[in-house]
Design a protein around this ligand. Structure first.
Ligand code: PAF
Length: 281
């Protein structure tokens, strides 16, 4: 079933497999538990490069002490089937010992101020862990392009900033969020939701759609907030498209995080803000 796909677990195996890939290489980094959102990333990446590499690694560095690292879904065989179906040439699936041979790294990436707000405020150290592993995987895979979902918009923004500020010489491509027909953004954590919780979680995408239909910041926030009544909301935020604090006029981003039962869900959507009418400014 998975013929033709090469699975590398060690650095030596990855290096040998990578040496066989001539031309451009795109990478899709994942923590496994692949779903249609990942399949879309793989498909987009496949179209853009001569070869496609996927990584599957549940990165302990980006989980807080009270988060779901040990119970994070691990579905390796099903993941390999999706990778094979989407034309992946090489899967790099290291253990934590392969990724961090010296144990917890002493030097990690510093995400800067954007790493401390929104998701970073609720998950201290999360983005340092994400950027550290992404930087290592970019180095190890030697990819020319790397594809990330807009679902984790703050992560995507920080990865772009890291690549720009540290001149890592790789093209970062963002791919729009894939949703269930009912609007719920696909996420590996959706499998934790009961039917009732799934129903309740639809308020997130409803709120974003309601906000995105408005054109002024107060209206966007009020329309979104009205849909979130009764939900345990961590934040609802309207920011610039680059997550700058002042969205100004033009493209902006509306972001939300909420807890539904024990599961924490995030989502976001693009918004377009009109310039304030002269009488309002
Ligand atoms: O988005 C994810 O799945 C992870 O944060 C990533 C980018 C694979 C790093 O572990």
């Amino acid at each position: 079933m998975n013929e033709g796909i090469e699975v590398a677990g060690s650095r030596a195996e990855l290096a040998a497999a990578r040496a066989g890939l001539t031309g451009s290489v795109a990478v899709v980094m994942t923590m496994g538990a692949l779903h249609e959102g990942h399949a879309t990333l793989l498909r987009e990446a496949r179209k853009s490069a001569d070869h496609l590499l996927a990584t599957i690694f549940v990165n302990p560095l980006q989980f807080g002490p009270n988060e779901d690292f040990s119970r994070y879904p691990r579905t390796f065989d099903a993941d390999l089937e999706i990778c094979a179906r989407e034309g992946v040439d090489v899967v790099f699936a290291p253990t934590p010992e392969v990724m961090y041979p010296y144990g917890q790294p002493e030097v990690t990436m510093h995400p800067g101020p954007l790493g401390d707000v929104l998701e970073g405020a609720v998950r201290p150290g999360h983005f340092a862990g994400v950027l550290t592993v992404v930087c290592k995987l970019l180095r190890l895979t030697g990819a020319d392009l790397a594809f990330f979902g807009e679902k984790d918009y703050q992560q995507l923004t920080l990865i772009r900033a890291m690549v720009r500020d540290l001149e890592l010489g790789v093209e970062i491509v963002g791919v729009p969020t894939v949703r269930e027909p009912d609007g719920l953004a696909l996420s590996s954590r959706n499998r934790y939701l009961s039917d009732e919780q799934h129903e309740a979680s639809l308020a997130l995408s409803r709120a974003l759609r309601a906000g995105a239909a408005r054109r002024s910041a107060p209206e966007v926030l009020a329309a979104a907030r009205a849909e979130l009544a009764g939900l345990d909301v961590d934040y609802l935020a309207l920011r610039g498209a680059d997550l700058s604090e002042d969205p100004g006029a033009g493209p902006a981003r509306l972001l939300v995080a909420a807890r539904v039962g024990p599961t924490r869900l995030i989502d976001n959507m693009p918004v377009h803000l009109d310039a304030p009418h002269p009488r309002e400014s």
